[in-house]
Design a binder for this molecule. Structure first.
Ligand SMILES: Cc1ncc(COP(=O)(O)O)c(C=O)c1O
Length: 383
């Protein structure tokens, strides 16, 4: 049986033409018309200047540097995220501090943030920055979080790697903080095979990030460097893919939501399997179709379901393992309760690609339903 992956690239049709233009015009490096047009179209859509980079991780690295994060600084981050959210803070020799999620969205809990900021203010040393993640296509609750960060003077970077197309109270996410980032990794809602975008309110910050992304070479013909840089720029070939992908973003958002709600409808009669919360304040793209399993109600564990799907060549996976439970961050402080840990233990991500055919989605649904029937002890006992 053909393998069904979790989230695969889905080209819109125009991408190959733009890539072909790069070849015929020989713009095969990190400059050229595709990259200019991709940035222009992205800026127009998002309403901020931007710079296209090699990855979302690179964008976080440059963004934290723009916020002035450096050795010894504390950087706050929700614990429930992918490791790439916080690794760049470690590149800068900063110290991660992890915070729990709230139940309504699985994103950063503003109450935990408030407790930590109040305690840090009393002890006299506030964190330098917050990396605010929008998980799986759902917006964090921005109003209370920004109110707190404004009150305590905490710089915010929005990690919208998983949330291009997501909205908070009608506005796109990733653009409220002074710096935001997006990812075009191969599994994201649109892709450049690998890539990222940094957006910022201050055009001078975007220019600075662009300068750093090209080895921070000072103006002039000689290779003079007064600052340290990186090789982080996106190539003009991949930007061609980005141009085509951006043209179909709205369709991809609709489709991701359809896939998630399609599963939810198909499982509606099964107690103990529910779509992750859809917080009232935003448009959740459901970049991944994420469900929680209540083993007592469903009679089947999350891991049983992953194994049953794998047995018929369908990829699924647990929700992100929280950072405070990672060996890498065993020494980092963590504040909060068990919300993120519960999401991890009970959450499953199902195949969510926008080009998932109805037959393939039915295969996933049938596999889940038969696993419930065959593995559930009470149903087995009653025949
Ligand atoms: C929440 C989050 N932040 C950051 C990244 C990093 O993006 P990239 O893979 O483009 O480096 C990813 C995805 O990969 C992510 O899911």
């Amino acid at each position: 049986m053909k393998r069904l992956h979790l989230s695969v690239p889905h080209m819109g049709g125009a991408e190959e033409g733009y890539v072909h233009e790069a070849f015929t015009s020989n713009w095969l490096s990190t400059v050229g018309p595709n990259i200019d047009r991709f940035e222009a179209a992205f800026s127009e859509r998002i309403g901020l200047p931007c710079v296209a980079l090699g990855s979302g991780t690179a964008a976080i690295h440059l963004g934290l540097r723009l916020l002035g994060v450096g050795p010894g600084d504390e950087v706050l981050c929700p614990t429930l995220t992918f490791v790439a959210s916080i690794n760049p803070a470690v590149y800068l020799c900063a110290r991660p501090v992890f915070l729990d999620s709230e139940r309504a969205s699985w994103n950063l809990d503003p109450n935990v943030l408030e407790d930590v900021l109040r305690a840090r203010a009393t002890s006299g040393k506030l964190p330098r920055a917050l990396i605010l993640v929008h998980l799986y296509g759902q917006s964090a609750d921005l109003d209370p979080i920004f109110a707190l960060c404004d009150r305590y003077g905490i710089a915010v970077l929005e990690d919208a790697a998983e949330a291009l197309g997501t909205r908070y109270k009608g506005h796109p996410v990733g653009v409220r903080a002074p710096v935001g980032i997006f990812s075009f990794n191969g599994n994201k809602i649109i892709t450049t095979t690998g890539g990222g975008m940094l957006v910022a309110h201050d055009p001078a910050w975007v220019a600075r990030a662009r300068f750093w992304s090209q080895q921070a070479r000072d103006p002039g013909v000689a290779y003079v460097h007064t600052e340290m840089g990186y090789n982080y720029r996106m190539s003009n070939v991949l930007a061609g893919i980005g141009r085509g992908q951006l043209e179909v973003l709205d369709d991809r958002v609709r489709r991701r939501r359809d896939v998630a709600f399609g599963y939810a409808a198909a499982f509606a009669d099964l107690p103990g399997i529910s779509l992750m919360p859809q917080a009232p304040w935003g448009l959740h793209t459901n970049w991944l179709s994420v469900f929680t399993i209540d083993e007592k109600l469903l009679g089947v564990s999350r891991d049983d379901l992953i194994a049953a799907l794998e047995a018929v060549n369908i990829e699924s996976r647990p929700v992100w393992k929280p950072m405070h439970l990672q060996p890498l961050f065993a020494a980092s402080p963590y504040y909060g309760g068990t919300v993120a840990a519960e999401c991890f233990h009970r959450g499953i991500c199902l195949p969510s690609s926008t080009n998932l055919s109805p037959d393939d989605q039915a295969r996933v649904i049938d596999t889940v339903r038969s696993a419930v029937v065959s593995l559930r002890p009470s149903l087995r006992a009653s025949g």
